[in-house]
Every structure is written in C-alpha cells, then in structure tokens.
Design a protein. Structure first.
Length: 286
C-alpha cells in the first residue's frame, strides 16, 4: 500500500481434518441445466464409511467460545453482541515466532516442514510485556503443513499426528496478562495423549476460556503467509477477526476471516497505535 501498511490474510483456504473428523467435500445442490440457469453448491462432512456427518467450525480457521468447553457460559451470539468481549475490535497483537526457538527437543518435521510442536512458557515475553497487548499470535511453522491439505496428513505407526500444542503454563501466563485472544497456527492448542483411539488433553481450553474475562482461542491461522508475502515476520501487528454471525445462538465456535496488519518501517509500533485510534470507534463495530 502507498502508506506502507502490509495486510496479510491469515485465513485457511481449506479444511484440515485428521483422526475421526469427517472429510469435507463440496456437492452440487442445484445443477445448472437447460431451462434452469442457476447453480448452487454446498459442503457436507462425510465419514470413511460414507455416512454424512454435520460439519463443524473446528477443522479450519475458527475462534472458540467459552461454551466450547464450559457449560452455561457465553456462546457466539452473546459474545458478538457484547462489546466488552472485544473480539469485534481490531487488537494490538504480539507475534511470537516459536519456529526459531533453539531447543531441538520441542520440534518435529514432516513433509519437509520443521515446526515447533511444543510451545513452552520460556518462549513467551514477560508478563509485563504481554500486558501491553490485546492478543498473542503464536506461530510454530505448522501453517505450511495445514495449507498442504489433509490428504497426506497421516499419523505415525502409534497413531500420533505430532500437532503443535501449548503447555498449561503458557495458557496461565496469557490469562494472567489480561490478553483477549490467543491465536495459533494449528487447529488445536491441546496435546495428543493417545493414538488408537485418538485422545487429546483438555486442560488448556478451560484455563483460557474459563478465565474472567475469557481469553478467546483463535485456531487454524495460516501464519506461514506472513513472511512469504511481506518478506519478514513482524513482532507486532493489528489483528482483525471477523466471525460469521449465522446461527450464532448456541454456537460454541465460529468460522472466521483473519487479518494481520503491520508496517515495514522501524516505527511500526507507533504507526500501529495511530492506526488503532483511527479504526476502533465503537460505531464501526458491534
């Protein structure tokens, strides 16, 4: 852009499925034919046995609501219509590049992509530094795997997929810092504990979603696009999360469109703060 602003779309263009999740396929609902010029298409979830299964938001870029893990808490409708939750607003975000961490024990490699599998508290900025931000974007390098699609994404012999995850201590520090949103370039933040059948931990979501106010979890971020588009990875940016509003009542998660904006110049932080002042009036969101 002319003013030096770089805006990256971090939304996955595909569904990323694994384990017992249904494969998402596109089906023609209304075919075009002679005398009927209209075409309509839709998506359905299909299991390996051919049975249909309802589609969920969790196999692509999405944001989790507190209701996802905790009963009688806020659903999508309540969150989108309560400005105090702030997910409708642009957020000043700290970008954490976990893919450059020096400890090889936290890494895994598959399909030619080396990524950070375990995000530990030592990688995070201090609590005081985190308190300056509305959001934390954790980039492990796994976004490049997700964007390759699901067909070649298979488990090892023991049934493990080696998905990135975050330690509970990471979640606790983020919650203590008053962060509004934690984003990660994986479709989950939990650790896989068993392969056959697939089992995951469930201790990170409650720490974040059960905090007051909640820390919303943005999963499935295509973070590998940033460096390929901008030529570098910024440490800060303005994060925008645009959630769907259809059938919001009772929804535990939502498909989202995600953007990260930043400047290449050395005064990135100052310009981001000015940008937030311009684009955050309450009449523009809500």
């Amino acid at each position: 852009m002319g003013n030096g602003l770089i805006k990256c779309d971090l939304t996955l263009e595909n569904y990323f499925v694994y384990g017992n999740a249904a494969t998402v396929v596109s089906k023609t609902v209304l075919p075009r034919r002679e005398g009927q010029p209209i075409l309509m298409r839709g998506e359905v979830g299909i299991k390996e046995d051919g049975n249909l299964r309802p589609m969920v938001a969790h196999n692509t870029t999405h944001v989790d609501m507190p209701l996802h893990f905790i009963a009688d808490t806020a659903d999508l409708d309540q969150v989108l219509n309560n400005s105090s939750y702030r997910i409708n607003y642009p957020m000043l975000a700290r970008v954490l590049d976990a893919s450059t961490w020096p400890d090889p024990q936290v890494f895994h490699e598959r399909d030619g992509v080396r990524y950070c599998q375990r995000v530990v508290a030592e990688m995070l900025p201090s609590l005081d530094e985190l308190r300056q931000y509305d959001a934390l974007v954790v980039l492990t390098g796994f976004g490049a795997v997700m964007r390759q699609g699901s067909e070649s994404f298979q488990p090892d012999a023991a049934g493990f997929y080696h998905l990135p995850y975050i330690d509970v201590e990471v979640a606790q520090r983020v919650a203590d810092a008053g962060i509004t949103m934690l984003a990660i370039d994986c479709t989950t933040v939990e650790r896989q504990t068993a392969g056959n059948p697939l089992r995951m931990t469930g201790d990170v979501h409650p720490v974040l979603l059960g905090h007051e106010p909640p820390v919303f979890i943005l999963e499935g971020v295509a973070g590998d696009r940033i460096a390929s588009q901008a030529g570098f990875l910024p440490t800060e940016g303005v994060l925008e999360v645009i959630a769907r509003r259809t059938n919001a009542a009772g929804a535990e998660a939502a498909h989202v469109r995600v953007f990260l904006s930043f400047y290449a110049a050395g005064d990135n932080r100052q310009r981001l703060e000015r940008l937030l002042e311009i684009v955050t009036p309450e009449h523009l969101y809500g």
